[in-house]
Design a protein around this ligand. Structure first.
Ligand SMILES: [Zn+2]
Length: 155
């Protein structure tokens, strides 16, 4: 049962990360080719961000095995710190699906979602997060403020 806390699975490229939770391990084994394809798509979006002067972050949202939304980091070019790739993807998914509840979706992103994005992910009840690189002190999973993993947050 979903306790409101998304399952977080670091993407494994080169085998340096482990997957959180036994269920995550089973799921990863089943959809690893898809995860790699989605992560490659994220990396392509990150390149677009970099070319236009933003930090190289890209994100996709997947539902029923298909990408339904993309997000490209745009905080610098839009002059709005909330335009992180993950939030941009969530905005696009909300528009497409016409609802705030994204509990049937997986978010795949090149970087560990920051604290801000992590709360947005929780708010929209995204069930699963697959991340690439850890982002240190601003990370929403590996930092001292692990919003993605916090069990006291009820959404
Ligand atoms: Zn962020």
């Amino acid at each position: 049962m979903n306790d409101g806390k998304p399952q977080v699975a670091p993407a494994v490229f080169g085998g340096t990360h482990s997957v959180v939770g036994g269920e995550g391990l089973r799921q990863r084994a089943q959809d690893q080719p898809d995860l790699e394809r989605w992560m490659r798509q994220c990396i392509g979006l990150a390149r677009v961000a970099k070319e236009r002067g933003d930090p190289p972050v890209g994100c996709v949202i997947v539902r029923d095995g298909a990408v339904v939304a993309e997000g490209i980091e745009a905080g610098r070019t839009k002059g709005d710190v909330t335009c992180h790739a993950e939030v941009e993807a969530i905005r696009a998914a909300r528009r497409l699906l016409g609802r705030a509840d994204l509990s049937d979706c997986t978010l795949v992103t090149t970087h560990e979602p920051c604290i801000l994005c992590s709360y947005v992910i929780r708010h929209h009840r995204i069930a699963r997060v697959v991340l690439g690189l850890e982002t240190g002190e601003i990370g929403g999973y590996s930092s001292a403020l692990p919003v993605l993993a916090d069990t006291t947050i009820k959404r």
